[in-house]
Design a protein around this ligand. Structure first.
Ligand code: FAD
Length: 462
């Protein structure tokens, strides 16, 4: 089985990518043409008068942006009470508000200003849990949310959950009790193990199509200030005092600022004026995880949804540290007919070196089997129904050691800035990262954030 993503299927096949054909000078060079690169370019062009060149080694939107689940979610990759051990409370509050409020507004801004008409659905989606351990973590987060003035999450616990009385003593007021049937209905399953449900705003979109369309809009809106070069791999970046030179193999790009939006950047070598110090540190702070997904079509008779199941049934190597299966359902046009596309992800594998990732490697049979097992047990349980997974795909995620996206200027040389490190959830962080980067490029001094790149991360010293 090949790497066959439903999102790339919808891109403009007529588009003619242009490659860098001469040496160029620009104010800002954005390396990486996924959603993070395009969002960074969008806000820099909109909010400053800088010239921007977007340099993409392959094609726009063909990285993780074209191989994800397309689920728009507001959660950070670590529980808030865990982040509060490392960062000041106001920084945790700001980060969560950025995810829950600002990022959605910025997504709307991009969508509206670019005049897009692509499908973007918003609805109440769900998370299902089977274990007391997960529940306790959610409840601790709600306690912290209250003290930070954040909206409490709606946590429903099934009335017959055996630990209800015990958690009630400590966390009364931080959850609601509900009939088990209501929880299972929200999660669209009959699997009785799911006894806890959290419901909140989610959305779905094709982030590759979004990326491509926003780039097209930017090219039209800023013909003098914006250029896109695809099939233009940046092998080296040499950082100087107030500028950088990028080695695009046959040509060079000189820029005042460089924004790395590469999802991880093991395939680029960074020479700082003082040597390879930045390069070495970041090679150690990022690692790669390959996520596998399958999708099938069904009748268009249900509304869109996004549900995550925290479920111990996966046999992958659990690279993200918290196994869950994510399912989305959305309207999808295929062969000129409208269907619902059900896409499911969860199995993943760690790579010790991202250069080993081959984007065309065969989709493994074990991942397909695992996803099918999940579907049959939990979502589409009719034993007589044979499911034809017409899409099977995989993509590379860049994980940072502390599971937080890196957004901001390199402390050792601010000519270089980062908007990278998806940590499993990257659509909204890429967008608010882009806006934050634009403000830095503009010269604003921003309050410290949990996403700031740092030389050392001493506990509570941020
Ligand atoms: C299986 C899977 C499921 C996911 N599900 C979700 C989800 O449901 N919700 C969510 O929010 N997030 C999800 N994500 C994460 C999300 O897709 C990513 O965080 C987001 O798309 C990252 O965008 P990006 O622009 O940072 O990276 P990418 O889209 O990977 O873009 C980086 C680009 O940089 C280019 N590049 C790299 N090195 C160089 C170089 N040296 N020179 C030039 N170009 C270079 C690459 O070719 C690539 O196009 C998922 C990811 C995967 C893989």
């Amino acid at each position: 089985m090949r790497n066959n993503s439903p999102w790339l299927h919808q891109l403009n096949k007529e588009r003619e990518p242009s490659k860098l054909a001469q040496d160029i000078e620009t104010d800002v060079a954005v390396v990486g043409g996924g959603i993070a690169g395009v969002a960074s370019a969008f806000f820099i062009l909109r909010d400053t008068d800088k010239k921007v060149a977007l340099l993409e080694g392959g094609l726009l939107g063909h990285g993780a942006t074209g191989h994800n689940a397309g689920q728009i979610v507001s959660f950070l990759s670590r529980p808030l009470h865990d982040l509060a051990k490392e960062f000041k409370p106001e920084m945790v509050r700001e980060a969560q508000k950025m995810m829950e409020e600002d990022a959605w507004e910025l997504l709307d801004t991009m969508y509206t200003e670019a005049g897009l008409d692509i499908s973007l659905s918003r609805f109440t989606g769900h998370f299902g849990f089977a274990s007391k351990e997960h529940l306790l973590s959610l409840l601790e987060d709600n306690v912290l949310r209250k003290s930070l003035g954040l909206r409490l999450k709606e946590i429903l616990i099934a009335e017959q959950a055996e630990f209800l009385e015990e958690v009630g003593k400590k966390y009364g007021g931080f959850f609601k009790i509900a009939p088990h049937s209501e929880i299972l209905d929200r999660l669209e399953t009959k699997k009785p193990e799911f006894i806890v449900c959290v419901s909140e705003q989610k959305g779905v979109m094709n982030s590759a199509l979004f990326t491509e369309r926003v780039a097209e809009y930017l090219l039209e809106k800023y013909p003098e200030r914006f250029a896109v070069y695809e099939h233009t791999h940046i092998a080296k970046a040499a950082l100087h005092e107030n500028s950088a030179i990028l080695d695009a193999e046959t040509h060079a790009v000189t820029a005042e600022r460089v924004i790395l939006c590469t999802n991880g950047f093991d395939n680029i070598t960074i020479f700082n004026k003082s040597g390879l110090d930045i390069d070495a540190r970041f090679h150690h702070s990022l690692h790669a995880v390959v996520g596998y997904m399958s999708g099938y079509l069904e009748e268009l008779n249900k509304p869109p949804t996004a549900i995550s199941y925290f479920y111990e049934g996966l046999t992958g190597d659990d690279s993200s540290g918290n196994p869950y299966v994510y399912l989305t359902r959305r309207m999808y046009e295929y062969n000129e007919n409208k269907h619902n596309l059900i896409s499911i992800g969860g199995p993943d594998v760690s790579l010790d070196d991202r250069r080993k990732y081959e984007k065309d490697h065969e989709y493994p049979e074990w991942a397909k089997d695992e996803i099918n097992k999940f579907v049959k047990e939990i979502y589409d349980t009719d034993p007589n129904k044979k499911i034809d997974y017409i899409f099977t795909w995989h993509g590379l995620m860049g994980y940072t050691n502390n599971k937080l996206r890196l957004i901001g200027a390199e402390p050792k040389n601010p000519v270089l800035l980062y908007n990278l490190g998806c940590n499993g959830v990257g659509i909204l962080p890429s967008i608010f990262g882009g806006e934050r980067i634009a403000r830095l490029v503009k010269g604003e001094k921003l309050p410290a954030s949990i996403f700031d790149p740092r030389v050392e991360r001493a506990p509570r010293d941020q």
